[in-house]
Design a protein around this ligand. Structure first.
Ligand code: FE2
Length: 388
C-alpha cells in the first residue's frame, strides 16, 4: 500500500467575490508587474467585463496595452500577434480576460514573447515531460465564463492551422499567479453558453472523480464541485442575474479544473475532435457524449455514479449501488434536457459518415487513457454512434 510516491499541489491564489476585479492593480503590484497586456476577444472589448478591468487598471494608475484578436477556438496566429504586441509595447505581464480561449492565449503569450520557434516546439510530450524553461512573466486570469477552469490550470490549448490539430502545452510555469473570480463578470453570459460551459465543468468533476489515479484531495473537490453544479447550473442558466448561482458556478468551474489535475476520461477524447473538425463548443460536445460514456462505464464506475445519484436526490437511498448508478445516467440526461441542450450529434451538424474518422482522432487523443474502463477505437466509434 502507498508504495508509489504522489505529489499534491494547489498553488494558484484565487480571489473571489463580487467586485474582485478591482483588485487587479494590487495583483500586478504583488508580482512586480507594471505594464500588462490585456488579452481578450473582440466581443468582450465592447462588453461590461472589459470596462470593469480597464476602470480598475485606470483607477490604480496602471498603463496597459490591449490585444483583442482571440478567436473562439484560438489559433497559433492569435498567440504570435499577441506576443508581437507584448514585445513592441514593452509589457511585463498578461491579463487573460474571457473564456478559456482568451486565458489560454494569454498563457501562451508570455511563453512565445520570450522563446524562439513555434508552439509545437513546446508541446507536451509523452510522459508529461515539461519543455518550458520558466519562470515566465506573471499571468493574471479573469474568467468571464464558468467552465474550463483554465484560470487554475497548467495547460494552454491552441490550434495549429498548419498542423490541423490542437497543440497542448502543459507546464507548472503556465499556472496563473492570480485567478480573479468575480461573479458580476459572468451575468451577461447567455443561457446556451452558461449551460454548455457549465457542462464542461460538470464533465471535469465527474471524469476526474472516476479516473483511476490516487488523489483523495481532488476526489473530495470533485464531489463538492458536482454538488454545486447540480444545485446552481440550472439556476444560472434560467436567470443570468442570479449572483448566488453565478458565484457558485465560478467556484465549481475552478474546482473542476483543480480536480482534473488527476486527469480526464473518454468524454473529453470524444469531444476534442468534434470541436476541431466541426467547431462544436467544447462544453456542448461534452454534454452530447457524456451519457453514452456513463453507460459504457457503468459497472466500472458504479460506486462513483451511485454517489452522484445521491447528490441529485440529496438523500441516502436504500437502493442497491448498481441501481443507483444506473439512475445517475438518467439524472444527468434529465439535467442536460432541462438546460435546453438538444441531444444528438446529428442535430449539431455532424453527419453520420464522419463518425469513423472522428473515432480515429478520438483514439489518438490521450484523455481516454485514464478513463475508468479501457477504450478501443471501436468502443469510441460505438460511443459516437450512441451519441449521434
Ligand atoms: Fe473540458
Amino acid at each position: 500500500m502507498f508504495e508509489k510516491i504522489t505529489t499534491f499541489s494547489f498553488p494558484t491564489r484565487i480571489i473571489f467575490g463580487v467586485g474582485a476585479t478591482r483588485q487587479v492593480p494590487g495583483c500586478l503590484e504583488e508580482n512586480g508587474a507594471h505594464r500588462p497586456l490585456v488579452v481578450t476577444d473582440p466581443g468582450l472589448r465592447a462588453a461590461p467585463p472589459f470596462k470593469a478591468v480597464v476602470s480598475a487598471l485606470q483607477g490604480g494608475g496602471v498603463h496597459y496595452e490591449v490585444f483583442d484578436g482571440v478567436h473562439p477556438n484560438p489559433v497559433e496566429e492569435d498567440v504570435v500577434k499577441a506576443a508581437e504586441t507584448y514585445r513592441s509595447a514593452g509589457c511585463d505581464s498578461v491579463i487573460g480576460l474571457g473564456g478559456g480561449s482568451a486565458i489560454d492565449v494569454a498563457k501562451a503569450t508570455v511563453v512565445m514573447a520570450r522563446e524562439e520557434g513555434t508552439l509545437a516546439d513546446f508541446e507536451a510530450q509523452a510522459g508529461g515531460m515539461d519543455r518550458l524553461k520558466g519562470p515566465y512573466d506573471p499571468i493574471i486570469a479573469i474568467p468571464t465564463t464558468a467552465g474550463t477552469g483554465t484560470e487554475v490550470g497548467r495547460s494552454s490549448v491552441i490550434t495549429s492551422q498548419k498542423l490541423r490539430r490542437k497543440i497542448i502545452i502543459f507546464s507548472p510555469w503556465l499556472m496563473p499567479r492570480r485567478a480573479i473570480l468575480d461573479p458580476e463578470l459572468t451575468v451577461s453570459l447567455p443561457p446556451s453558453l452558461t449551460a454548455a460551459t457549465g457542462m464542461d465543468a460538470f464533465t471535469h468533476c465527474l471524469e476526474s472523480l472516476t479516473c483511476p489515479v490516487y488523489h483523495p484531495i481532488c476526489d473530495a473537490i470533485a464531489i463538492h464541485g458536482l454538488e454545486l453544479i447540480i444545485r446552481y447550473l440550472e439556476r444560472a442558466t434560467r436567470n443570468g442575474q442570479d449572483i448566488e448561482a453565478r458565484g457558485n458556478m465560478l467556484v465549481a468551474a475552478s474546482m473542476g479544473a483543480i480536480a482534473f489535475q488527476k486527469d480526464l476520461g473518454a468524454t473529453h477524447s470524444l469531444a476534442h475532435p468534434l470541436s476541431t473538425e466541426f467547431g462544436l463548443h467544447h462544453g456542448l460536445a461534452n454534454a452530447l457524449c457524456l451519457p453514452a460514456v456513463m453507460r459504457f462505464n457503468l459497472d466500472a464506475a458504479a460506486p462513483h455514479y451511485a454517489r452522484l445519484a445521491r447528490l441529485y436526490r440529496d438523500s441516502n437511498s436504500k437502493e442497491t449501488e448498481s441501481r443507483e448508478a444506473a439512475a445517475a445516467v438518467q439524472l444527468v440526461e434529465g439535467m442536460i434536457e432541462r438546460l435546453g441542450i438538444q441531444r444528438g450529434l446529428r442535430n449539431h451538424g455532424v453527419p453520420r459518415e464522419v463518425l469513423e474518422g472522428l473515432s480515429k482522432s478520438a483514439f489518438a487523443d490521450s484523455c481516454h487513457k485514464t478513463n475508468i474502463r479501457a477504450c478501443t477505437q471501436d468502443d469510441l466509434l460505438r460511443l459516437y454512434q450512441e451519441s449521434w
